[in-house]
Write a protein that binds this ligand. Structure first.
Ligand SMILES: [Mg+2]
Length: 208
């Protein structure tokens, strides 16, 4: 995605920010950490509706235009004569990429489709669900391009991993740090963003 001159850049965390994960936090809070169950229950996460609605406003997505518009128009979220970009940074590992992209899409399309239906749509296995099914491969690719995950077997602190993600994004996408707003919940990560002089809106207490 190209970077327009006056658009704003946004970074949005997933766990505890876009998605509510309180139902599965108990798997990793005790002395005995059950990471397997913690990950297997991702599919039961619920959407932080207010935040997702805000993200949609930021992207200026007008889903009802799909039938008339081309793929290019769908990717260009123009607001006036500039564009906003939303990136997703998560401490989840790469092996969770597919479910994470599906959740991001589900957050926006939750009124129309279940999580399972979106899985089918992105695989083009559900032509009976949506006459625009060919767009879903495109949605998947576009969302995945903007999703940054930790490498498998990288067990460092979220704050370190995410700081590196931003370094990478600055190099590759020319994000302007003066024009960047971050949504995150975890205190240690929020502290890192603020120590870098960035604007972070903390969406929950996040003291874990
Ligand atoms: Mg979080």
């Amino acid at each position: 995605m190209g970077k327009a001159i006056q658009g704003m850049d946004f970074i949005c965390d997933i766990d505890g920010t876009l998605m509510n994960i309180d139902h599965r936090r108990h798997f990793v809070e005790g002395d005995k950490k059950d990471w397997k169950s913690f990950e297997e229950n991702i599919k039961y996460d619920t959407v932080n509706k207010q935040l997702n609605n805000l993200i949609n406003l930021i992207e200026h997505i007008r889903w009802d235009r799909f039938e008339e518009e081309t793929y290019d128009d769908v990717t260009d979220f123009d607001v006036g004569n500039f564009k906003n970009s939303v990136y997703y940074f998560s401490g989840r590992s790469e092996k969770l990429r597919e479910i994470t992209v599906v959740q991001i899409l589900y957050a926006t399309f939750r009124e129309q489709y279940s999580l399972d239906e979106i899985f089918k749509l992105i695989k083009n296995e559900a032509t009976d669900l949506d006459e625009n099914y060919k767009l879903w491969t495109h949605f998947y690719r576009q969302t995945s391009n903007n999703l940054f995950l930790r490498a498998d077997k990288d067990y460092r602190e979220d704050s370190i991993v995410k700081s590196e993600m931003l370094d990478k994004l600055i190099k590759t996408e020319m994000v302007n740090e003066d024009n960047l707003i971050i949504f995150d919940d975890r205190q240690s990560v929020v502290d890192m963003w603020r120590s870098r002089g960035l604007t972070c809106f903390q969406v929950a207490k996040g003291d874990f």
